[in-house]
Design a protein around this ligand. Structure first.
Ligand code: AMP
Ligand code: ZN
Ligand code: FE
Ligand code: FE
Length: 278
Protein backbone atom coordinates (compact mmCIF):
# COMPACT_ATOMS: atom_id res chain seq x y z
CA UNK A 1 0.00 0.00 0.00
CA UNK A 2 1.21 3.51 -0.83
CA UNK A 3 1.90 5.57 2.30
CA UNK A 4 3.88 8.82 2.20
CA UNK A 5 4.06 10.53 5.59
CA UNK A 6 4.57 14.22 4.86
CA UNK A 7 4.50 15.61 8.39
CA UNK A 8 7.14 14.70 10.96
CA UNK A 9 9.74 16.29 13.19
CA UNK A 10 13.32 15.40 14.08
CA UNK A 11 16.06 16.62 16.43
CA UNK A 12 16.52 19.50 13.97
CA UNK A 13 13.49 21.01 15.79
CA UNK A 14 11.47 19.40 18.60
CA UNK A 15 11.42 15.71 17.66
CA UNK A 16 13.40 13.14 19.64
CA UNK A 17 14.81 11.16 16.68
CA UNK A 18 17.63 12.30 14.41
CA UNK A 19 16.82 12.93 10.73
CA UNK A 20 18.65 9.67 9.90
CA UNK A 21 16.61 7.74 12.48
CA UNK A 22 13.31 9.16 11.16
CA UNK A 23 14.19 8.02 7.63
CA UNK A 24 15.26 4.58 8.87
CA UNK A 25 12.03 4.26 10.85
CA UNK A 26 9.99 5.18 7.77
CA UNK A 27 11.78 2.52 5.76
CA UNK A 28 11.37 -0.10 8.49
CA UNK A 29 7.64 0.68 8.73
CA UNK A 30 7.28 0.17 4.98
CA UNK A 31 6.43 3.78 4.11
CA UNK A 32 6.74 4.66 0.42
CA UNK A 33 7.47 8.38 0.69
CA UNK A 34 8.60 10.93 3.25
CA UNK A 35 9.18 14.63 3.96
CA UNK A 36 10.76 15.93 7.13
CA UNK A 37 8.82 19.03 8.25
CA UNK A 38 10.73 20.48 11.17
CA UNK A 39 9.45 23.70 12.72
CA UNK A 40 10.83 26.74 10.90
CA UNK A 41 13.97 25.00 9.62
CA UNK A 42 15.34 22.75 6.91
CA UNK A 43 18.50 22.02 8.90
CA UNK A 44 17.71 18.28 8.90
CA UNK A 45 17.20 18.08 5.14
CA UNK A 46 20.69 17.10 3.94
CA UNK A 47 21.13 14.34 6.49
CA UNK A 48 17.66 12.90 5.89
CA UNK A 49 17.95 13.18 2.12
CA UNK A 50 21.30 11.36 2.09
CA UNK A 51 19.91 8.45 4.13
CA UNK A 52 16.66 8.31 2.10
CA UNK A 53 18.71 8.06 -1.09
CA UNK A 54 20.80 5.21 0.36
CA UNK A 55 17.63 3.38 1.41
CA UNK A 56 15.84 4.20 -1.89
CA UNK A 57 12.99 5.88 -0.06
CA UNK A 58 11.34 8.62 -2.17
CA UNK A 59 11.92 11.88 -0.29
CA UNK A 60 11.00 15.55 -0.83
CA UNK A 61 12.00 18.77 0.92
CA UNK A 62 9.64 19.96 3.65
CA UNK A 63 9.19 22.48 6.45
CA UNK A 64 6.47 23.62 8.89
CA UNK A 65 6.50 27.38 9.32
CA UNK A 66 4.76 29.11 12.23
CA UNK A 67 2.66 32.10 11.20
CA UNK A 68 -0.20 34.19 12.56
CA UNK A 69 -3.44 35.62 11.21
CA UNK A 70 -5.38 37.95 13.53
CA UNK A 71 -3.76 36.43 16.63
CA UNK A 72 -4.62 32.91 15.46
CA UNK A 73 -1.53 30.68 15.06
CA UNK A 74 -1.45 29.11 11.59
CA UNK A 75 1.05 26.38 10.71
CA UNK A 76 2.05 26.25 7.06
CA UNK A 77 3.66 23.20 5.49
CA UNK A 78 6.01 23.86 2.59
CA UNK A 79 7.03 21.09 0.17
CA UNK A 80 9.24 20.42 -2.85
CA UNK A 81 11.00 23.81 -2.69
CA UNK A 82 14.67 24.32 -3.40
CA UNK A 83 16.17 23.75 0.08
CA UNK A 84 19.07 26.09 -0.71
CA UNK A 85 16.91 29.05 -1.75
CA UNK A 86 18.20 32.23 0.00
CA UNK A 87 14.71 33.57 0.85
CA UNK A 88 13.82 30.31 2.57
CA UNK A 89 17.10 30.19 4.50
CA UNK A 90 16.59 33.81 5.48
CA UNK A 91 13.07 33.19 6.84
CA UNK A 92 14.43 30.29 8.93
CA UNK A 93 17.12 32.55 10.39
CA UNK A 94 14.49 35.17 11.26
CA UNK A 95 12.48 32.47 13.06
CA UNK A 96 15.55 31.50 15.10
CA UNK A 97 15.83 35.13 16.22
CA UNK A 98 12.09 35.22 16.98
CA UNK A 99 12.45 32.11 19.14
CA UNK A 100 15.41 33.47 21.12
CA UNK A 101 13.42 36.62 22.00
CA UNK A 102 10.25 34.66 22.70
CA UNK A 103 12.01 32.11 24.90
CA UNK A 104 13.44 34.96 26.97
CA UNK A 105 9.90 36.31 27.44
CA UNK A 106 8.55 32.91 28.46
CA UNK A 107 11.45 32.23 30.85
CA UNK A 108 10.76 35.64 32.44
CA UNK A 109 7.06 34.75 32.88
CA UNK A 110 8.06 31.45 34.50
CA UNK A 111 10.51 33.24 36.80
CA UNK A 112 7.74 35.60 37.95
CA UNK A 113 5.73 32.53 38.90
CA UNK A 114 8.57 31.10 41.00
CA UNK A 115 9.65 28.62 38.33
CA UNK A 116 13.13 29.80 37.36
CA UNK A 117 14.84 28.05 34.46
CA UNK A 118 18.47 28.69 33.61
CA UNK A 119 18.95 29.50 29.93
CA UNK A 120 21.59 26.73 29.86
CA UNK A 121 18.94 24.21 30.99
CA UNK A 122 16.74 25.29 28.16
CA UNK A 123 19.39 25.20 25.50
CA UNK A 124 20.67 21.88 26.82
CA UNK A 125 17.15 20.42 26.44
CA UNK A 126 17.37 21.12 22.72
CA UNK A 127 19.70 19.48 20.25
CA UNK A 128 19.08 22.08 17.57
CA UNK A 129 18.90 25.81 16.98
CA UNK A 130 15.11 25.61 17.04
CA UNK A 131 14.17 25.90 20.69
CA UNK A 132 10.48 25.97 21.51
CA UNK A 133 7.82 25.18 24.06
CA UNK A 134 8.49 21.42 24.21
CA UNK A 135 12.08 22.20 25.24
CA UNK A 136 10.82 24.63 27.91
CA UNK A 137 8.53 21.83 29.11
CA UNK A 138 11.49 19.42 29.33
CA UNK A 139 13.49 21.96 31.35
CA UNK A 140 10.45 22.39 33.68
CA UNK A 141 10.25 18.61 34.21
CA UNK A 142 13.95 18.52 35.03
CA UNK A 143 13.39 21.19 37.69
CA UNK A 144 10.40 19.30 39.11
CA UNK A 145 7.80 22.02 38.32
CA UNK A 146 5.64 19.58 36.33
CA UNK A 147 5.82 15.86 35.69
CA UNK A 148 4.87 15.65 32.00
CA UNK A 149 5.09 17.74 28.83
CA UNK A 150 1.30 17.65 28.63
CA UNK A 151 0.98 19.07 32.15
CA UNK A 152 3.38 21.90 31.28
CA UNK A 153 1.21 22.85 28.29
CA UNK A 154 -2.14 22.48 30.06
CA UNK A 155 -1.05 24.57 33.05
CA UNK A 156 1.45 27.09 31.71
CA UNK A 157 2.66 26.92 28.12
CA UNK A 158 -0.47 26.34 26.03
CA UNK A 159 -1.87 29.22 23.99
CA UNK A 160 -3.37 31.83 26.32
CA UNK A 161 -1.94 30.24 29.50
CA UNK A 162 -0.01 32.31 32.03
CA UNK A 163 3.50 31.62 30.72
CA UNK A 164 2.70 31.65 27.00
CA UNK A 165 4.16 34.32 24.75
CA UNK A 166 3.45 34.34 21.01
CA UNK A 167 6.63 36.20 20.09
CA UNK A 168 7.14 38.22 16.94
CA UNK A 169 4.55 37.40 14.27
CA UNK A 170 5.15 36.34 10.70
CA UNK A 171 2.12 36.72 8.45
CA UNK A 172 0.57 33.88 6.52
CA UNK A 173 1.00 35.77 3.25
CA UNK A 174 4.73 36.45 3.69
CA UNK A 175 5.27 32.79 4.54
CA UNK A 176 3.38 31.56 1.47
CA UNK A 177 5.37 34.03 -0.66
CA UNK A 178 8.72 32.69 0.54
CA UNK A 179 7.69 29.07 -0.11
CA UNK A 180 6.54 30.05 -3.61
CA UNK A 181 9.73 32.02 -4.30
CA UNK A 182 11.67 28.85 -3.46
CA UNK A 183 9.55 26.97 -6.02
CA UNK A 184 7.51 25.04 -3.48
CA UNK A 185 3.88 24.51 -2.57
CA UNK A 186 2.18 25.86 0.57
CA UNK A 187 -0.26 23.68 2.48
CA UNK A 188 -2.55 24.52 5.42
CA UNK A 189 -1.40 22.22 8.26
CA UNK A 190 -3.90 20.46 10.57
CA UNK A 191 -6.87 22.64 9.46
CA UNK A 192 -9.17 21.19 12.15
CA UNK A 193 -7.09 22.98 14.81
CA UNK A 194 -8.09 26.39 13.41
CA UNK A 195 -11.13 27.07 15.53
CA UNK A 196 -12.43 30.31 14.03
CA UNK A 197 -14.39 29.76 10.81
CA UNK A 198 -13.71 33.34 9.73
CA UNK A 199 -9.95 32.74 9.80
CA UNK A 200 -10.32 29.58 7.72
CA UNK A 201 -12.43 31.42 5.15
CA UNK A 202 -9.76 34.11 4.89
CA UNK A 203 -7.01 31.50 4.59
CA UNK A 204 -8.85 29.89 1.70
CA UNK A 205 -8.87 33.24 -0.13
CA UNK A 206 -5.04 33.27 -0.11
CA UNK A 207 -2.93 31.38 -2.64
CA UNK A 208 -2.47 28.15 -0.74
CA UNK A 209 -1.83 25.08 -2.91
CA UNK A 210 -3.12 22.38 -0.60
CA UNK A 211 -4.80 21.27 2.62
CA UNK A 212 -3.55 18.62 5.04
CA UNK A 213 -6.70 16.47 4.96
CA UNK A 214 -5.25 13.42 6.71
CA UNK A 215 -3.72 13.80 10.15
CA UNK A 216 -3.21 11.43 13.09
CA UNK A 217 -6.23 11.56 15.42
CA UNK A 218 -8.34 13.60 12.99
CA UNK A 219 -11.93 12.45 13.29
CA UNK A 220 -13.65 10.73 10.38
CA UNK A 221 -16.10 13.62 9.99
CA UNK A 222 -13.31 16.25 10.02
CA UNK A 223 -11.52 14.19 7.45
CA UNK A 224 -14.58 14.30 5.16
CA UNK A 225 -15.00 18.06 5.62
CA UNK A 226 -11.43 18.83 4.55
CA UNK A 227 -11.40 16.37 1.67
CA UNK A 228 -14.56 17.98 0.28
CA UNK A 229 -13.12 21.46 0.77
CA UNK A 230 -9.86 20.56 -1.01
CA UNK A 231 -11.77 19.08 -3.96
CA UNK A 232 -14.10 22.09 -4.14
CA UNK A 233 -11.18 24.53 -4.18
CA UNK A 234 -9.05 22.28 -6.42
CA UNK A 235 -6.31 22.07 -3.82
CA UNK A 236 -3.75 19.34 -3.29
CA UNK A 237 -4.76 16.73 -0.69
CA UNK A 238 -1.90 15.90 1.67
CA UNK A 239 -1.52 14.03 4.94
CA UNK A 240 0.94 13.18 7.66
CA UNK A 241 1.23 12.02 11.24
CA UNK A 242 3.03 14.94 12.98
CA UNK A 243 5.39 12.36 14.47
CA UNK A 244 7.69 13.78 17.20
CA UNK A 245 9.13 10.52 18.64
CA UNK A 246 9.21 10.45 22.46
CA UNK A 247 8.01 14.08 22.66
CA UNK A 248 4.55 12.86 21.54
CA UNK A 249 4.80 9.13 22.27
CA UNK A 250 1.20 8.39 21.28
CA UNK A 251 1.80 9.23 17.60
CA UNK A 252 3.68 6.78 15.37
CA UNK A 253 5.28 7.69 12.07
CA UNK A 254 2.93 6.74 9.23
CA UNK A 255 -0.21 7.19 11.38
CA UNK A 256 -1.59 9.34 8.53
CA UNK A 257 -0.35 9.73 4.98
CA UNK A 258 -0.57 11.45 1.59
CA UNK A 259 -2.26 9.77 -1.40
CA UNK A 260 -0.06 8.62 -4.28
CA UNK A 261 -1.45 11.12 -6.82
CA UNK A 262 -0.45 14.07 -4.60
CA UNK A 263 2.94 12.61 -3.73
CA UNK A 264 3.80 11.94 -7.40
CA UNK A 265 3.09 15.59 -8.19
CA UNK A 266 5.21 16.78 -5.27
CA UNK A 267 8.07 14.43 -6.16
CA UNK A 268 8.32 15.67 -9.73
CA UNK A 269 8.18 19.30 -8.58
CA UNK A 270 10.97 18.55 -6.10
CA UNK A 271 13.10 17.08 -8.89
CA UNK A 272 12.54 20.20 -10.98
CA UNK A 273 13.58 22.47 -8.12
CA UNK A 274 16.43 20.42 -6.77
CA UNK A 275 18.57 19.38 -9.67
CA UNK A 276 21.09 17.51 -7.56
CA UNK A 277 18.25 15.16 -6.57
CA UNK A 278 18.47 13.48 -9.98
P1 AMP B 1 6.32 26.22 19.50
O1 AMP B 1 6.74 26.02 18.06
O2 AMP B 1 7.47 26.59 20.35
O3 AMP B 1 5.16 27.16 19.62
O4 AMP B 1 5.81 24.80 20.01
C1 AMP B 1 4.86 24.11 19.23
C2 AMP B 1 4.95 22.62 19.50
O5 AMP B 1 4.55 22.37 20.84
C3 AMP B 1 3.97 21.79 18.68
O6 AMP B 1 4.42 21.45 17.44
C4 AMP B 1 3.87 20.56 19.54
O7 AMP B 1 5.00 19.76 19.32
C5 AMP B 1 3.92 21.10 20.92
N1 AMP B 1 2.59 21.28 21.53
C6 AMP B 1 1.67 22.23 21.28
N2 AMP B 1 0.60 22.11 22.07
C7 AMP B 1 0.84 21.03 22.87
C8 AMP B 1 0.12 20.36 23.92
N3 AMP B 1 -1.08 20.81 24.33
N4 AMP B 1 0.69 19.28 24.49
C9 AMP B 1 1.90 18.84 24.10
N5 AMP B 1 2.63 19.42 23.12
C10 AMP B 1 2.11 20.50 22.51
ZN1 ZN C 1 6.51 20.27 17.30
FE1 FE D 1 1.84 22.13 13.69
FE1 FE E 1 4.08 19.53 13.22
Amino acid sequence: MFKADLHCHSTASDGSETPTAVVERAKALGLTGLALTDHDTTAGFSEAYTRAKELELPFISGVEFSSVMNEEPVHILGYSFDPDHPHLLNLSEEHIKRRIERNEEMVELLRKQQMPIEPEDLYRASTSRIVGRPHIALAMIKRGYVSTIKEAFVKYLGEGKSCYAPGRRFTVQETIDVIHQAGGVAVIAHPHLIKRGRIMRRLLELDFDGIECYYANMSFSQNGIWLRKAKEEELLITGGSDFHGAIKPQIELGAAWTPKESFDELLSLFHENYRSAL
